[in-house]
Ligand binder design. Structure first.
Ligand code: SAH
Length: 210
């Protein structure tokens, strides 16, 4: 149930749902998503659904990962990307195959530890992790060509805009319990242009670290 055929079927489904970027599709075909969830859920890893990863958090639905990655990488330089919300590490792993360097921050220590172990075992060498509240970004490595937030913010954190390189792009779910939508914010010099995309459903961005 974690076979290549199962993965191929997922990729076919993502294409049907409108994912066009062949590089993104190739990475999803190749990556072992079943190693990013608990063993008991491995048989469901190639279904197009979000799955629990413990501590009230989820690994995002493959379609959402593909969609956000495709949108993020369209037209930006692919040197460095910051992710807020490491979770299982799957989104960071997808990005690490498509950009030179990935930085990812997570507020829940045990999730970060587990992701770190996965990256070590799977030999992902271009991902740097930090235990921190991602509302503050990761200023030491800024600016970033792309920033992707995988939890929903009530408002776009100002710090993330500051850490975006000119010509860079931020993809972030915005909204509260009333509903969220995916926003794309492009930086041109010091002006920011915002586009609203699909309705989405993410766990909330929370402040502080635990
Ligand atoms: N990208 C992850 C999705 C995990 S769910 C994956 O591929 O599995 C979103 C994650 O965001 C959760 O792990 C949650 O703890 C984290 N999160 C929420 N608020 C945060 C914050 N302020 N800073 C960093 N991480 C945060």
């Amino acid at each position: 149930m974690t076979s290549q055929r199962t993965r191929d079927r997922l990729v076919t489904r993502l294409k049907e749902k409108g994912i066009n970027n062949v590089d993104v599709l190739a990475v999803i075909r190749e990556l072992p998503r079943h190693l990013f969830v608990d063993e008991a859920l491995a048989s469901r890893a190639y279904e197009d659904t979000a799955l629990p990863i413990g501590l009230g958090q989820t690994i995002s639905q493959p379609f959402i990962v593909a969609r956000m990655t495709e949108v993020l990488l369209a037209g930006i330089p692919k040197k460095s990307v910051l992710e807020v919300g490491t979770g299982s590490g799957y989104q960071a792993a997808v990005l690490s195959r498509l950009v030179d360097r990935v930085f990812s921050v997570e507020r829940i220590a045990p999730l970060l530890k587990q992701a770190r172990e996965r990256f070590y075992q799977l030999k992902f060498n271009n991902i740097k992790l930090k235990h921190s509240d991602g509302s503050w970004g990761w200023p030491e490595n800024a600016p970033y060509d792309g920033i992707i937030v995988t939890c929903a913010a009530e408002q776009v954190p100002e710090e993330l805009l500051k850490q975006l390189a000119p010509g860079g792009r931020l993809v972030i779910p915005v909204g509260g319990t009333g509903g969220q939508s995916l926003r794309v914010i492009d930086r041109n010099g010091n002006t920011f242009e915002e586009t609203e995309l699909d309705a989405v459903s993410f766990v909330p961005l929370l402040s502080g670290k635990i």
